[in-house]
Design a protein around this ligand. Structure first.
Ligand code: FMN
Length: 302
């Protein structure tokens, strides 16, 4: 019996009428009767009580309908399983992206064309008013030693007693990753779009850039750290007082895979609203557990 025949029998069972069932199956009554007669011939028994008008299923017919109903439910479950799995497959790169810390990165990093492609992806992020309230600084290989000097000076401004090891680490933040970018939030002033929306647009752009890096096969991580709040360093990088140095993006090939992503906590971020009492969202309240240094960032990735 073909799958079509199963739906014909189920339509007949639902409608209890040849014409209505035929219409539901987009057949003429004669075509439906012919198809059902074919099934009866195939199995050598009558499924429908004989007569010019529909008078119901025979005992065997009722058994076949019960079996067909089970099969139809199983097929529909299977369809949903496949659909869900196809949906996950379609957005797998988004579901799988993980930040990769600089110590897990190695050469080669992305070249200029690939970096430009990532920036193009960032430019395609949602952006109220098309203001692109952000910009990216690219640090070519021959600029890294100078950047390391600036990082060292910033470290010593913040901590004049920093150990040689600490200073070395600060310098490494400029030199370690195969490729390095800085992401600057650059709100456009006196625009109708409020600054909070411009910051969100910048965040969307950053997300696109990191996802593009992942899709191109590179590991990437955004790190801020306290140096991003140092006004002298910002000035030296050309970040003006209306802008924010959001952080540095390290890019490279993945030498050591990061730990797998923890299961998504949908309930922490999703509530279904309806008129009446709002469903409480399970807030992941981190106010008590975040140290005050979190305001300026810790720069201690996994
Ligand atoms: C603007 C910004 C600054 C960040 N700064 C730091 C940082 O200084 N130190 C750190 O450990 N993580 C920082 N992160 C978080 C990491 O980039 C990363 O998202 C986090 O470790 C979670 O990893 P995941 O992206 O794989 O989920 C920052 C993220 C953003 C968006």
């Amino acid at each position: 019996m073909q799958q079509d025949h199963i739906s014909y029998l189920l339509a007949l069972h639902r409608q209890q009428d040849w014409a209505a069932a035929a219409a539901a199956c987009q057949l003429s009554p004669a075509q439906l009767k012919k198809a059902v007669a074919g099934v009866e011939r195939e199995y050598g028994c009558a499924l429908i009580k004989t007569g010019a008008v529909f008078r119901g299923f025979t005992v065997e017919g009722e058994k076949v309908v019960a079996w067909a109903q089970n099969l139809s439910e199983a097929l529909s479950t299977l369809k949903h399983v496949f659909a869900a799995s196809n949906s996950r497959k379609a957005i797998a790169p988004l579901l799988e992206r993980r930040s990769v810390s600089p110590k897990r990165l190695e050469a080669p990093g992305p070249d200029r064309q690939e970096i430009d492609l990532m920036i193009e992806a960032a430019l395609s992020a949602p952006d109220h008013g098309g203001l692109h309230p952000w910009r990216v600084l690219v640090f070519p290989a021959d600029s890294r030693a100078k950047l390391a000097d600036l990082f060292e000076q910033e470290k010593l401004r913040r901590d004049p007693l920093a150990s040689a090891e600490d200073v070395k680490r600060a310098r490494e933040h400029a030199t370690r990753s195969p490729a390095l970018l800085a992401f600057v939030i650059s709100p456009k002033l006196r625009m109708r779009v409020p600054e909070r929306e411009q910051c969100l647009a910048a965040g969307c752009a950053l997300g696109n850039l990191l996802n593009a890096a992942h899709q191109l096969g590179y590991g990437a991580i955004m790190l801020s750290g306290e140096r991003c709040f140092d006004s002298l360093l910002c000035t030296e990088l050309g970040v003006d007082s209306t802008e924010y140095l959001a952080g540095f993006i390290s890019l490279g090939s993945v030498a050591v895979a990061p730990p797998p992503r923890k299961p998504a906590m949908l309930d922490a971020v999703r509530a279904v609203w309806g008129p009446g009492v709002p469903e409480p969202v399970q807030h992941n309240d981190c106010r008590d557990s975040v140290p005050s240094t979190a305001v300026t960032g810790s720069q201690k990735p996994h």
